[in-house]
Design a protein around this ligand. Structure first.
Ligand SMILES: Cc1cc2nc3c(=O)[nH]c(=O)nc-3n(C[C@H](O)[C@H](O)[C@H](O)COP(=O)(O)OP(=O)(O)OC[C@H]3O[C@@H](n4cnc5c(N)ncnc54)[C@H](O)[C@@H]3O)c2cc1C
Length: 420
């Protein structure tokens, strides 16, 4: 087993580290100020995107487009670097929800759909959203879809409501991939996925949503109403009843990419803990001299290393076997990585005291994002179910299990326990 990066990944990671240090981190405060003043993107974004393209750091998360992308394993260290700041992935056209939408369109779009929607996205000219979750039904169960789709002479008519559509409230969002249920389909029929341009009559953004202290600044979240929204037949993705397959094409990579970025965030949190613990003193000692604080930092380091390994293993399995075969690995990553980040962010908030919950640090937002990550793209419990279902069934009655010693004497022949 070789834990080294491949030469291609190493070359890109070195380049990206340099780019991050030279062009991204120094502009983080400028980015914050632009958003605080009400802008949706920092004015310098197009310039940074042009620089990233020129540096060959563009569209790296699209494994099936050889001119651009890397495999998941090679992409992991790059996603980790860009994941350190919420707005950085957009510089490289590797941000959610557009990256998984591009992966989906690359897999399922017709040539005409590719030309109209995917090609401009690859250029960074179009933004998009993915609308599956609904306020009216428990969307952890992907079979629950209330939005109705009816056939018309021209195409399809949509009626219903979606919410928590990441990116849907961004003014540059040009279209949504919407999952709905055909009105005339039986209860066992699959759902249907269609492309809905944001400027279609009857589509209305009802409000912008947050999650705790997380406002999804780079991809603002929307609740969206669809009343008699009609789209042409050529906007159907794959075939009627195949919307679930379209959603799965998207959700696998989306989950793993988020996990890769989460490790970058966890590294930021630990570096902040380290700096604070070295500077802040109480009861005559700097905080890092206390065992408790050392334990927080050491545990966090151990948990990051563990998380990185399972993410890399999952990325390797995705590259080798595809999403269907790697489903259990994806669920394990989706379960463990958000928990890891939430724990580490919680320790950091404690270490920073009041400042940890203020907007002067990113800790509150990171904690809220980690908490949200335990819900979006399938809540913890759904992934636990997936993992449990792939556990091998018991092959024999417990009484016949050779690991048991029925009727054995207590260990040590029944003598007293202990040394005293
Ligand atoms: C920040 C954020 C961004 C999001 N972005 C998007 C997006 O872009 N597009 C989109 O479509 N959706 C998005 N979502 C929605 C997200 O995917 C859903 O919230 C998630 O799938 C859960 O659905 P629900 O909210 O309806 O919860 P419900 O289905 O109502 O589930 C609630 C809870 O019930 C429990 N539960 C459910 N099933 C089981 C079970 N089998 N066993 C045990 N317990 C169970 C779990 O604890 C679960 O958290 C986003 C959510 C957040 C918070």
């Amino acid at each position: 087993m070789d834990f080294d990066l491949t030469p291609r990944a190493r070359e890109h990671a070195e380049k990206m580290e340099g780019f991050f240090a030279d062009h991204i981190l120094p502009r983080n405060r400028e980015w914050r100020a632009a958003l605080d003043s009400g802008a949706h993107d920092a004015p310098f974004m197009p310039d940074l995107q042009a620089r990233a393209r020129a540096a060959g750091l563009w569209n790296l998360g699209l494994p099936h487009l050889p001119a651009h992308g890397l495999g998941n394993l090679d992409f992991a260290p790059l996603a980790e670097i860009m994941g350190r700041l919420v707005w950085a992935p957009q510089v490289f056209n590797c941000h959610a929800p557009d990256l998984p939408n591009m992966i989906t369109l690359d897999a399922v779009a017709t040539p005409a759909q590719r030309q109209r929607w995917l090609e401009p996205m690859l250029e960074g000219r179009l933004r998009s959203g993915f609308a599956m979750t609904e306020p009216a039904v428990a969307s952890a169960d992907a079979r629950n879809i209330a939005l109705r789709i009816d056939r018309t002479a021209r195409g399809y008519l949509l009626n219903g409501r979606k919410w928590y559509v990441s990116g849907g409230a961004h003014p540059a969002c040009a279209f949504l991939i919407v999952i709905g249920a055909m009105s005339d389909a039986g209860p066992r029929a699959g759902h249907t996925a269609v492309i809905v341009p944001m400027d279609t009559a009857g589509l209305r953004i009802c409000r912008r949503l947050d999650f705790l202290a997380w406002s999804e600044p780079a991809a603002p979240i929307a609740e969206i109403d669809f009343t008699d929204v009609e789209v042409p037949a050529e906007n159907l993705l794959r075939a009627e009843g195949e919307g679930f397959a379209v959603a799965q094409t998207r959700l696998g990579p989306a989950r793993v990419h988020h996990a890769m970025r989460a490790i970058g965030l966890a590294e930021v949190v630990v570096s902040l803990m380290r700096a604070r613990a070295a500077e802040r003193a109480s009861f005559g000692r700097v905080l890092q001299d206390y065992d408790t604080v050392q334990g927080w930092i050491a545990h966090s380091r151990a948990e990051i290393e563990q998380a990185r390994l399972i993410v890399q293993r999952c990325a390797w399995a995705l590259d080798r076997d595809g999403h269907r075969a790697a489903q259990r690995d994806v669920s394990i990553v989706k379960l463990l990585v958000p928990e890891m980040l939430q724990r580490i962010a919680d320790r950091a908030i404690q270490l920073f005291g009041a400042m940890g919950g203020s907007a002067d640090t990113p800790l509150g937002a990171i904690h809220s994002w980690a908490r949200a990550f335990r819900v979006f793209d399938g809540p913890d419990e759904v992934h636990l179910r997936q993992i449990f279902r792939q556990e091998p069934a018991a092959t024999e009655a417990l009484a016949d299990n050779p690991y048991l010693h029925p009727g054995a004497a207590p260990l040590g022949g029944g003598g007293s326990i202990g040394t005293g």
